[in-house]
Design a protein around this ligand. Structure first.
Ligand code: NAD
Length: 260
């Protein structure tokens, strides 16, 4: 047990989640990382994170498609560290294909990982937060929580749903010292985006370079990718006392994408 605050980030063995884990570790939080991948590589990442600050970094491999594993992820963290103060549902997958042939199993997996897992995570974390009258829920949504793009039916549906979930939780927990917000990034260059460049090229009949220029950076007026570190800094701010009155909000960080 320790008085140190604890942040739990799902899908943090890679990309944005890993960047957020690093930012919280640097600020001496205890950090629970989670995700799929090679055990030895994850252990290397865990060790690297644990060298960044004074807190402890623990890995839990809970599958975001397994509600009982998500509940155990939260209760295990509470037992280990005494509290879970910041919960960041971040795990997510993507599949890009026109709806006529969108694989049903992909729809189910995207809704399960990108939306339903956040429900299970928040449901498990709220009682402890209410008891302590303090908590921060920071869901990794997307610009696609606010606008749509073709060929991303499951992802857009899941992210719109995630924002609705966050707003509802914000209202239910408003008098308990708990805030719930969504971060809505535009395109960030992570493995998730690198993989969809190829799929989008196929779906739209373009070269991969054309997809980067005409689809991805076309959507972002700044013509630049959002950086993982910029999202991590925003998450850290939302976790701070200064952000106590920010709740139920969609925090866009999208290079101007949703402005037009
Ligand atoms: P990523 O592929 O780099 O990381 C995804 C993480 O989720 C990995 O750690 C992976 O192991 C984990 N994961 C996948 N399936 C899981 C499962 N069943 N159980 C547990 N963990 C699982 O992707 P990223 O780009 O860092 O995306 C992170 C989040 O940010 C996602 O929710 C994504 O939708 C969102 N997002 C990404 C972008 C972008 O441009 N990259 C933009 C907006 C929103």
């Amino acid at each position: 047990m320790s008085a140190r605050r604890t942040a739990l980030i799902t899908g943090s063995t890679s990309g944005i989640g890993y960047g957020i884990a690093a930012e919280f570790a640097r600020k001496d939080f205890n950090v629970v990382i989670n995700g799929l991948g090679d055990a030895a590589e994850i252990e290397e990442k865990r060790q690297a994170l644990s060298k960044l600050g004074q807190g402890e970094v623990h890995f839990d491999g809970a599958n975001m498609l397994a509600p009982d594993e998500i509940a155990a992820l939260v209760s295990g963290a509470e037992q280990r560290f005494g509290s879970v103060d910041v919960v960041i549902p971040n795990a997510g997958i993507q599949h890009v294909e026109k709806i006529d042939s969108f694989p049903v199993a992909k729809w189910d997996a995207i809704i399960g990982i990108n939306l339903t897992s956040a429900f299970h995570l928040i449901r498990a974390a709220l009682p402890g937060m209410k008891k302590r009258q303090h908590g921060r829920i920071i869901a990794m949504a997307s610009a696609h929580a606010l606008v749509a793009s073709p060929y991303k039916s499951a992802y857009v549906a899941a992210k719109h749903g995630l924002l609705g979930l966050v707003k509802t939780v914000a209202l239910e927990a408003a008098e308990s010292g708990i805030t719930a917000n969504a971060i809505c990034p535009g395109y960030v260059e992570t493995p998730l985006v690198r993989d969809q460049i190829a799929d989008t090229a196929k779906a739209r009949g373009m070269s991969e370079e054309e997809v980067v220029q005409k689809v991805i950076l076309e959507a972002q007026p700044t013509k630049q990718f959002v950086q993982v570190e910029q999202i991590a800094a925003l998450a850290l701010f939302l976790a701070s006392d200064a952000a106590a009155q920010i709740t139920g909000s969609a925090q866009v960080i999208d290079g101007g994408w949703t402005a037009h």
